[in-house]
Design a protein around this ligand. Sequence first.
Ligand code: NAD
Ligand code: UDP
Length: 335
Amino acid sequence: MKILVTGGLGYIGSHAVVELLNENYDVVVIDDLSNSSRDIVDKIKEITGKDIVFYENDVRDEAVLEEIFTKHKIDAVMHFAGYKAVGESVQKPILYYENNLGSTLSLCKKMLEHECYKFIFSSSATVYGDPERLPLTEDCRVGGTTNPYGTSKLMIERILSDIHIANPKFTPVILRYFNPIGAHKTGLIGEKPNGIPNNLMPYIVRVASGELEILSIFGNDYDTKDGTGVRDYIHVVDLAKGHLSALKKAMNDEGIFYYNLGTGTGYSVLEMVQNFEKVNGVKVPYKMVDRRPGDIASCYSDASKAYEELGWKAELGLEDMMRDSYNFILKQNEK
Ligand code: NAD
Ligand code: UDP
């Protein structure tokens, strides 16, 4: 079976490609390298011993999509390509809507033209806005997103639903990720943000490795166990495996499906720092600062629907996430 993976050299996409190759799928990747690099192709080969077909192109380039769908008999698409920096999306909304919506529209158009109907989409827990209740189930209210990035995910979910209504064979599996962290255990692939990281884990590892001085904890007066924000962190390898389970569902069923991909457990920022220090035996100096605008107190999943319907659940724990995140950055810094 042949799978087209857009954004397949990025953080989550590259881990999904590894899992696909491990399960003997044929993989075609399209990635414009706007937030990744070509050497990931070699890293994927080093991990799996297998090759992918790689197109260095923008997903919005319909001539290239035409070539891909004509040349390869694509059975299903996993769509990871898109821009994801929340802060940047506030500064550059047109860029974000153009890329995130445009890439999805071009892709779906070409899929329908080529009678390819199975679509796995990278959505986000951000579509729930300020959670209606916790833990979040898939039927919780969506909306109230506070930035163009989040709104683009919400709009895409709606677009996919409209396409499904008009073309019932078109089967989107919408995966709402909670907070992916960690890296492949080889340390060969992982998350490499440009510049100063915005997310918690990439910031912690850089403080631990001495590249940044001190972690700012955004708020200690939330209504949570210790006053700091609570999130549902999930190992990226577990997340990647969730895509394979979603793919099997899409291949065997018709419809539109929504799944939370999380662990179901929330950890506070302070718990994350303490766990990181314990697992890796390093200090992470921190200071308490004001809340970050737009942040919510707590966000964690009820992950039972994915288990019941896909047979998938997260297997790796916080210790694996801490160890693998740090191992990746140490390996990067060895070079
Ligand atoms: P990433 O930036 O590491 O990967 C995205 C990849 O897509 C990059 O390799 C980039 O070069 C490529 N890309 C972007 N626009 C493209 C285009 N028009 N054509 C071709 N390639 C393009 O991001 P990630 O963390 O791996 O996220 C993957 C997907 O998951 C994104 O859609 C993101 O919004 C979503 N998501 C991520 C998180 C997270 O915390 N990382 C959480 C929820 C959802
Ligand atoms: N956070 C923090 N300092 C940082 C980055 C994040 O205290 O430098 C907190 C943030 O306020 C939130 C949690 O860590 O409570 C996770 O933040 P992240 O940006 O990683 O994910 P998101 O808020 O998008 O779920």
